[in-house]
Design a protein around this ligand. Structure first.
Ligand code: PNS
Length: 165
């Protein structure tokens, strides 16, 4: 059976933390769809198209088996509906902290109520990636801080360009 998973998020922008979860999800699923969705509680820095381009550029630097297994898409409606449309058997989310867990617990619970045939699976952030979050990376970049340890060079360049002025 060809196992498809959705790895959803805002990816605004993609970080080394996201790329770590993505690569590990690729060990478990045949296809992992990185899916940019709308988080109504966040204002985005990058447009959807910019985020897709950045994800694509980052994925191209990963091992060939990962490149072959990853698709990048955008969806507008409910995550669970998109997962069903794509014939996914699972939604993958990364967890860093206890506060992530509480949010993810709710999200997974509600998604299961909407459609209990799609599992939510959690991967714990690797030890050296636990502190990385897009929000703080944007914050650091906005004050001219160095984000090299948190995002690939292409994302760093995009952040520098965004805040140059
Ligand atoms: O990276 P994020 O911001 O934590 O990702 C959140 C995201 C985009 C996965 C979530 O907000 C989402 O699934 N949005 C799509 C709309 C939806 O399904 N909302 C209901 C959640 S119960």
């Amino acid at each position: 059976m060809h196992k498809i998973a959705i790895y959803p998020g805002s990816f605004d922008p993609i970080t080394y933390g996201h790329l770590d979860i993505l690569q590990r999800a690729c060990k478990v699923f045949n296809t992992v769809i990185v899916a940019i969705g709308k988080n109504t509680s966040k204002n985005n820095l990058f447009t959807t198209q910019q985020r897709i381009s950045l994800i694509n550029a980052c994925v191209q630097n990963l091992p060939q088996n990962v490149i072959n297994n990853v698709k990048i898409m955008q969806f507008n409606g409910l995550l669970i509906d998109f997962a069903k449309q794509q014939n996914a058997i699972a939604i993958v989310r990364g967890i860093r902290t206890l506060s992530d867990f509480e949010f993810e617990f709710n999200l997974a619970g509600l998604n299961a109520k909407l459609n209990n045939s799609i599992e939510t699976m959690f991967l714990l952030a690797s030890e050296d990636k636990q502190f990385i979050s897009s929000r703080f990376v944007v914050d650091i970049a906005s004050f001219g801080g160095d984000v090299s340890g948190f995002v690939p060079p292409v994302v760093k360049q995009a952040l520098v360009a965004k805040f140059a002025k």
